[in-house]
Ligand binder design. Sequence first.
Ligand code: TYD
Length: 205
Amino acid sequence: MFITFEGLDFCGKSTQVKLLRQYLIDLGQKVELIREPGGTTISEKIRKILLDRENSKMTIEAELLLFSASRAQLVREIIIPLLKENYYVISDRFHDSSIAYQGFGRGIDVHKVKEIQEFAIDGAIPEITFFIDIPIEEVKSRREKFEPESWDRIEVSLDDFYERVRAGYISLSHNNKRFILLDGLKSIEQIHDEVVKAIERYNRL
Ligand code: TYD
């Protein structure tokens, strides 16, 4: 089963991904956790280029294609082979991030972004996608807890960019049955509970 987590930076995805991994391991399942961009040697190199704040000249088109290139490698090298071996593959971000960030956020034609994603992911569409929603004010207050020097190239983005990304995610979650919208202001335990219940419903674990 292929499960993805999506949301704005600092929404708490990474915590939920780890909790779900442990939950499934405790059930005796085979689980692999991956993060995007990254997850293979080639994809991690692409990740460095993408997040490096010195690359301020990167065009939005190059950005989209680099995220998609990293994903194309990850899908073929890791995700598809593991799904064939009946693993639970949990990904911290996947193709919906490109639709939300590069499409809705950066303003690249959303249909074009989706077409590129189809090519990149080769049919590996997640069964369930959790969108952890937090308001922009919450992104800002959580971001303040980290030194500005540590923010990556995307995290330094302005509020209106994040507003568009969030609107993109909300639209995706209304239009795709595989999406489950979670309130990111709830406690870690409450959100984990909802994640587990959704997977149980799907699988009758
Ligand atoms: P990362 O440090 O992994 O952030 P997070 O822990 O919040 O996921 O950095 C990934 C950044 O790249 C994040 O700001 C979202 C952005 N991104 C895109 O813009 N498009 C994409 O397709 C992906 C996968 C990520």
